[in-house]
Design a protein around this ligand. Sequence first.
Ligand SMILES: Nc1ncnc2c1ncn2[C@@H]1O[C@H](COP(=O)(O)OP(=O)(O)OP(=O)(O)O)[C@@H](O)[C@H]1O
Length: 268
Amino acid sequence: MPAPARPARPVPTGDPRVHIQDLSVRYAADAPLVLDGVDLDLYAGQTVALLGSSGSGKSTLMKSLTGFAPITSGVVTVDGADVSALTGRQLRHLRSQVGQVFQQFNLIGRLSVLTNVLLGSLHHAGALNMLGTFRAADRRRAYELLERVGIADKALDEARSLSGGQQQRVAIARALMQRPRCVLADEPVASLDPRTSHVVLDLLQSIARDENIPVLVSLHVVPLALEHSDRVVGLRGGRIVVEGATSDLDAEALAPVYATDAEVGDDR
Ligand SMILES: Nc1ncnc2c1ncn2[C@@H]1O[C@H](COP(=O)(O)OP(=O)(O)OP(=O)(O)O)[C@@H](O)[C@H]1O
């Protein structure tokens, strides 16, 4: 039976939260371009799935939003701030505004789930009170976020005692603790089983809507991208080769993302 048609989400209007224009990145002067003329806008409330073979530049694109990739040319702005112009405190401020979720969750296993979430508040000045403990308001918010991601009952458990899917939900709560202006999720379900992958991606998409922030999520599984995003961007060899509303795309339309050089006649 065919999957029920998804209702088309309205095309966002207004300024994008993240604006990428003609972005090129190379890691060394004599190295090839890893990103080559990438244009991409991310809008509040939207989940954008980033697809591409290994080495196509997905992580580099995400790193360029937080100043961790060497921008060779082009413009990247996050919330109006020009990333390549930022240094020191301004760059740390930008990083505090971008929530990040990783494949390996990056929790501190021996600390409680609640403390791991509270660590997200350390991105902001004044997170600790004079006794060096977290402020009561932040503790309340951390509990609320654990409720939001469905694991408040695990708040006092050691993070390492949780399953992979539960740990990823803690990582998402930790990212939200930053009150981020956008969320980057770099292969967040690569270590999870298929059912848990759906749960985590559903959560990310609902967070984009409810918190009204853009979520950029890189994935290796096309059906997951088609089911859990509003837009899909396909990178191949550092260039965007497919882009569109998810409701307009299918696996066939995304085939160029995974074509070999010989198939597309690319002799770079
Ligand atoms: N710090 C770095 N220094 C030099 N080259 C790098 C660095 N980071 C990435 N690269 C190179 O840039 C290219 C793109 O890597 P990137 O990690 O962005 O790809 P990806 O699409 O995220 O891959 P994967 O799906 O395997 O994670 C690769 O050729 C990689 O070797």
